[in-house]
Design a protein around this ligand. Sequence first.
Ligand code: GRF
Length: 210
Amino acid sequence: MKRYVILISGRGSNMEAIFAAGLSGQCAAVISNRPDAAGLAHAAARGITTVALDHRAFADRAAFDAALAAEIDRHAPDLVVLAGFMRVLGESFVRRYQGRMFNIHPSLLPCFPGLCTHEAALAAGVKLHGATVHFVTPVLDDGPIVIQAAVPVLPDDSAETLAARVLAQEHVIYPRAVRWFLEGRLRLVDGRVQLDGETQASGALIAPAA
Ligand code: GRF
C-alpha cells in the first residue's frame, strides 16, 4: 500500500477531504509548521501521527527545510501532499521530492499565483476562477498541472463567496489527484503529467453555477 504525508499550516479542510475520500493509501503523518494549526487536532482525532515543526525555531529557511525533509523521510512516503502549507520551500527541498509532491492552489494557474487569489480574480474581472492541483517545482505556484476545477464568478461575488465556491471544488479535485497517484496511474514524464485509464477531460472539472 502506498504511503503519503500531508503538510498543513491551518484548518486542514483539504486534508479532511482527502481522508473522507477513503483512499486506499495510508496517511503516514500530518506535519505542520504551525503548532496551533487546527488541522493537527483533526488528524490526531483520526489516530494519525501528527508532528509540529515550528519554522520560527530554525535559524533560516535551509535549516527548516532540512529538518522538514528529515521528518518527512522518517515516514517513507511515496507522495508528499501540500494542503494549505504556507511556507515557501527551497529549491533543494523541492528537487528532493520532484515528481512525488503535490500542491493545491486556489486559482486557475498560471493565473494569479501567490496570495489573495480571489481578490485578484475579482479585480481582474475574470468570469471563470478555480483551483489547480500541480506537481511542485522550484518556481512558486508553478509546475505540471494534474487537475483543475473552474467555477463561475458571479456579479455580486465577494472574495469570501468566491473563495467558498472554489474551496468546495478543491475538496473534489484534491482527493481525485491523490487517488490517481496512489493507484500508480499518475506520473511525471519529462516534465509532463501522464495519467493512465482516464480521458484527457478527467483533469478538467467545470462546476455549474450554484
Ligand atoms: C486552500 O484554499 C488551498 O488552496 C490553499 O490554502 C487553503 C488551505 O485550506 N493553498 P485548508 O487548510 O485546506 O482548509
